[in-house]
Write a protein that binds this ligand. Structure first.
Ligand SMILES: Nc1ncnc2c1ncn2[C@@H]1O[C@H](COP(=O)(O)OP(=O)(O)O)[C@@H](O)[C@H]1O
Ligand SMILES: [Mg+2]
Length: 274
């Protein structure tokens, strides 16, 4: 089970991504990035955040701690931005909280360096969950305390938008050409050998169990939240067994100069940047 906490103060919106997450404080005195059930992308985004985030953590990838964050929209009463007001009003009840990493920097593949083992693990994991949102345009990776952290797993598991076609989607190939770590010679075969055997039914069920029932209720074709959890487990289990051989890391489509200032060119994982 994820920890349950209650939001006590809306601090600020994060306008970098598309979904307008907010920084909030909570009654455990923690600071969280809050992802809202009322956001345009809907509650499936939050389901994906929990299943993929909890799975990544269990596979040894770094993901900030997750929590279920209760929201009483009244905390946004003084919020001047009508867009934020509307989001808070539409999101009463359980939302997703992710531990806020203060001072984290966005990963820039031209400023930071990682090794092929770690790149391989991240690319293999993204192939497993069919993550289309870790490109060099939009890395959704943070650097914090000299290490890489994975965030934003909302745009994954495309099959959950079309359950009747999910079994067929489980074996679909993954094109990692635009992946932000594609240029670090990702050792995908090594990662598959290491991680695929660890993606067991039990491990997947644990990750799916962390999704609040409220986000899984009333899905057409499923008579209970647990039936839907099993569907998530089945697709990922099947995909884990085959996806290692179906990942292409080709030439990326275009390049852009680094936006990173000189001072962020730090050492990551002990390797000097080039
Ligand atoms: N846990 C976190 N700690 C610090 N900053 C974060 C965290 N999560 C997200 N951010 C910042 O907020 C931005 C938007 O969050 P993200 O999860 O990518 O949402 P979106 O769905 O809008 O892309 C990120 O690009 C990052 O800069
Ligand atoms: Mg994002």
């Amino acid at each position: 089970m994820l920890p349950h906490v209650t939001a006590t103060r809306y601090v600020a919106p994060l306008r970098e991504g598309g979904s307008l997450p907010g920084i909030v404080e909570a009654d455990d005195l923690g600071t969280y990035v809050m992802k809202f059930t009322g956001a345009g992308q809907g509650r499936k985004t939050l389901v994906a955040e929990v299943i993929c985030g909890q799975l990544a953590r269990r596979l040894g990838l770094r993901v900030p701690e997750l929590a279920v964050l209760e929201l009483d929209p009244v905390i946004g009463r003084g919020e001047p931005d009508p867009e934020v007001q509307a989001l808070l009003k539409a999101s009463g009840g359980p939302n997703l909280g992710m531990d806020f990493l203060p001072g984290a920097l966005g990963f820039d593949p031209l400023a930071f360096e990682t090794d092929s083992a770690e790149a391989g693990r991240v690319v293999w994991f993204d192939a497993l969950i069919n993550n289309v949102d870790r490109s060099w345009r939009n890395p959704n990776l943070l650097v914090w305390h000299g290490r890489m952290w994975l965030i934003d797993h909302g745009a994954t598991m495309i099959w959950h938008h079309n359950w009747p076609g999910a079994a067929a989607a489980a074996g679909k190939a993954y094109d990692a050409s635009d992946h932000v770590l594609a240029t670090f010679a990702p050792d995908v075969a090594g990662a598959a050998a290491e991680l695929a055997p660890r993606v067991t039914e039990e491990l997947l069920a644990e990750a799916a169990a962390d999704v609040p029932d409220a986000w899984l209720a009333d899905e057409p074709g499923f008579d209970s939240p647990d039936a839907l959890r099993r569907a998530y487990v089945e697709v990922l289990l099947e995909r884990a067994a085959v996806i290692g051989d179906r990942i292409t890391v080709g030439e990326r489509s275009a390049d852009k100069p680094s936006q990173a200032p000189e001072w962020v060119r730090v050492r990551l994982n002990g390797k000097a940047p080039q």
